[in-house]
Design a binder for this molecule. Sequence first.
Ligand SMILES: *[C@@H]1O[C@H](CO)[C@@H](O)[C@H](O)[C@H]1NC(C)=O
Ligand SMILES: *[C@@H]1O[C@H](CO)[C@@H](O)[C@H](O)[C@H]1NC(C)=O
Ligand SMILES: *[C@@H]1O[C@H](CO)[C@@H](O)[C@H](O)[C@H]1NC(C)=O
Ligand SMILES: *[C@@H]1O[C@H](CO)[C@@H](O)[C@H](O)[C@H]1NC(C)=O
Ligand SMILES: [Ca+2]
Length: 442
Amino acid sequence: MQLATWCWLSAAILAAPGLVVVASNDTGEVGDGPPKAACPLRLESSGKCEAGGDCAFQVRLPPLTLQLPKHFSPIELEEVLKEVQSLKEMVNHLKKSCQDCRLQADDTGEPGRSGLLVPSPGAPPGEAADGRVQELESEVNKLSSDLKTAKEEIDGLQGRLQTLSRLNMNNIESYIDRKVANLTVVVNSLDGKCSSCPGQEHTQSHPVQHLIYKDCSDYHAIGKRSSETYRVTPDSKYSSFEVYCDMETMGGGWTVLQARLDGSTNFNRSWQDYKVGFGNIRREFWLGNDKIHLLTKSKDMILRIDLEDFNGVKLYALYDHFYVANEFLKYRVHVGNYNGTAGDALHFSKQYNHDMKFFTTPDRDNDRYPSGNCGLFYSSGWWFDACISANLNGKYYHQKYKGVRNGIFWGTWPGITEAQPSGYKFSFKEARMMIRPKHFKP
Ligand SMILES: *[C@@H]1O[C@H](CO)[C@@H](O)[C@H](O)[C@H]1NC(C)=O
Ligand SMILES: *[C@@H]1O[C@H](CO)[C@@H](O)[C@H](O)[C@H]1NC(C)=O
Ligand SMILES: *[C@@H]1O[C@H](CO)[C@@H](O)[C@H](O)[C@H]1NC(C)=O
Ligand SMILES: *[C@@H]1O[C@H](CO)[C@@H](O)[C@H](O)[C@H]1NC(C)=O
Ligand SMILES: [Ca+2]
């Protein structure tokens, strides 16, 4: 039977078995699965041929495979799937029509329910069969052109998938982040209620006993004025730990999170090291992401960054909010509005923005650079984008250096991006990060 070998529709088709969505590494490309030459639609004899030469036909429609970018969000996907679903229904309708043809082919003489291929009632059986084949052919041709239309629609859809911009992704991400931030506020306020109620009763009966020092500002509040190490307990559910307090800068009360002075501490460290902290808190160190999380969770904190270059220039950046999520959320950082003199390198541009980024270390890639690990490339742990406009955990260079810009880096530093003779990179003498409650009164 000639029809059995028909194989001419190059259209990509959505069929009853449904849609297969394949996750892809490739963030830039959206394409359909099977190559166009693969002849995805097949019309075959069902094998049930009657004595008169009437055969039943069936149309096989292959599933559609869509490659989706890795970061593709479920919300957008839902929208797209809805659109695809309506296309699919259209194709299923066509398919059903064809099954109806088959039913009629099986049921010689009986008019089909749908009436798509009704043989003329009075025609002799042979003629009726020829007529059916012709009608089937024309029906299949119609199907072909409908499917081509469907393919065009699918192509259009894929075009739209391609143009779904990063901006949309960012919108969704920032929406989720705002939700998380709201939850954090609620949790923190509940935390505050839980700890303040028993505390109030306590101070009413036994006046003056400051029991828990959550951070350096609490030591400042009881009159401590020397910059020193102190023991803090930001969350009484966890154990206390030592921190270094800066009681001088801008009225004091600062809990120091990180310091670079002389290169004595290696910052090319693992996830585990950055988690628990390393170095000497009186000198060079990283306090530790778990501790930074607890400190920034216990109160609404601001961040101050101090930098000094080898020419003795000292500048600072102040951010009116700073929060680091827990390990489960990969220590994602939330950085508020900038004020200061060093420039807003954390929100450098749309392409380079460290706000809302996950923490990455040489052994744990959570950055936004698809083809490698920024932590490995820049030998440090940091809230990498793809990759940096700032990195205070870079390698400590005692002078300008050449090669990969893996030193301490602040992209808005005066003159830092200007081309240096013979390609030297700028280095920093000192860097420091510290936090203080937003509502601190010196
Ligand atoms: C994803 O990327 C990794 C590393 O580049 C590669 O080994 C793997 O085959 C890729 N997977 C897909 C589905 O492309
Ligand atoms: C977060 O809370 C603020 C004020 O309570 C509200 O206006 C905002 O819509 C909330 N954001 C989200 C994403 O729920
Ligand atoms: C940083 O550490 C990784 C291994 O953790 C190592 O492969 C890499 O060479 C180190 N980079 C530098 C600049 O020392
Ligand atoms: C920036 O900080 C300075 C000094 O603390 C303050 O006077 C100024 O109002 C701040 N600017 C903004 C926009 O917050
Ligand atoms: Ca990466």
